[in-house]
Design a protein around this ligand. Structure first.
Ligand code: C2E
Length: 351
């Protein structure tokens, strides 16, 4: 959120703005999700801004605010990606700071203790050797000064322990926020950013271990028609339904993500092409096996189907090239009549 909106939300107009945000979201027919709330707060807090202009334009044109549209608006107008990076950097800085402060204190404590011991030994030697009162007094003064310093160090350590706990708490909080920023709010699957990061890491791992890696991409068939007929709130439920089947299929080390409006992906490490194809056919069969109902009216929505395409990573292949081949296989499934799985390698052989 920009500084101007942040300031408004802490000023005399804060509650008025929040109430208007809720009213406007209701008028626009969008759910009051945290992301929508952020978008509309941003738009109403900065009515002259680009986001407000875009929302006004869409409202005037009667364009629906589907989940995909609000995701795109957020990606374009809210600085979420940068926020995630900043949060991660902040966590690393905290870690570094904390370990450096701890080692400085430990070092200080060690040298204080050594200093005290030296003085104590000196006092004993002086007493034994000369019995000089003046000298002895000086040394014992020094010793008590040292004890005082040691006492202060101990209290510093206690304070450090309290701040350590605070930093641990803060890190846990940052981790939660980071996980949130990597999760698609509607479906609870990993979002595009998390998918990109995961696929890049999986490709690196497959390259170094020479283990197989397969990428499958999915697209809901006739989703636009579905949205137009039943409304985008029902469309959102369809997205959640498909995501729930994909999420169940993709137990670790598989990895499922929603990476576009009605597009999903699963990364399959360590599995043969035949195993992946069997799993994908199972997913398609499960998705199409149910007849969904519209929650508000109990209308029968019929079965939802998805098309899928997959590609097995070639040695040295980049994540983008792998995605492109899986996408091409997906479009072969669409062209072939939908609700089917296509394999990029088989298509290449047939060509
Ligand atoms: P949800 O509405 O939050 O439901 C979560 C889970 O609760 C469902 O997972 C299912 O296990 C259970 N559940 C909810 N409502 C019912 C019900 O009326 N009967 C039965 N037997 N179980 C129910 P599931 O099935 O994987 O669905 C995940 C999401 O997909 C649901 O989240 C919902 O958003 C959507 N969905 C699934 N089926 C339908 C449907 O027939 N109509 C609509 N509009 N959405 C559906």
């Amino acid at each position: 959120m920009t500084a101007k909106v942040e300031t408004t939300l802490r000023g005399p107009q804060a509650y008025g703005l929040a109430r208007r945000v809720v009213d406007e979201m209701e008028a626009a027919g969008v759910w009051p999700t945290p992301l929508n709330f952020e978008l509309w707060t941003h738009a109403l807090g900065q009515p002259e801004g680009a986001l407000a202009g875009e929302i006004q334009r869409m409202t005037a044109a009667g364009e629906p605010f589907t989940e995909a549209v609000t995701d795109a608006l957020a990606a374009q107008h809210l600085p979420r990606g940068r926020l995630t990076d900043q949060i991660r950097d902040a966590g690393q800085v905290l870690d570094r700071e904390l370990s450096s402060v701890s080692s400085v204190i430990a070092e200080a404590h060690r040298s204080q203790a050594a200093y005290g011991q030296t003085l104590e030994q000196a006092a004993t030697s002086i007493e034994a050797a000369a019995g000089g009162d003046g000298l002895q007094t000086i040394v014992s003064d020094l010793t008590s000064a040292t004890r005082q310093v040691q006492h202060e160090t101990e209290s510093l350590e206690k304070k450090l322990e309290v701040s350590t706990q605070e930093v641990v708490r803060l890190r846990e909080h940052l981790e939660l926020v980071r996980r949130d920023a990597m999760t698609d709010a509607l479906t609870d699957l990993a979002n595009r950013k998390a998918f990109d990061e995961h696929l890049a890491a999986a490709c690196d791992k497959a390259e170094s271990s020479a283990a197989p890696l397969t990428l499958a991409v999915f697209d809901i068939d006739h989703f636009k028609r579905f949205n137009d007929t039943w409304g985008h709130q029902t469309g959102d439920q369809v997205l959640r339904y498909v995501a729930s089947v994909l999420g169940r299929t993709a137990a670790s080390p598989r990895f499922a993500a929603r990476f576009g409006g009605e597009e999903f992906a699963i990364v399959f490490p360590y599995e043969s092409s035949a195993m992946v194809e069997t799993a994908l056919k199972g997913v398609l069969a499960e998705i199409s096996s149910r007849s969904l109902r519209r929650r508000s009216t109990n209308d029968d929505l019929g079965a939802v189907t998805v098309s899928a395409g997959f590609a097995v990573r070639r040695r040295g292949e980049t994540p983008a090239a792998l995605l492109e081949r899986a996408d091409a296989a997906l479009y072969a499934s669409k062209r072939g009549g939908r609700n089917q799985v296509s394999c990029a390698e088989r298509l290449a052989k047939a060509a």
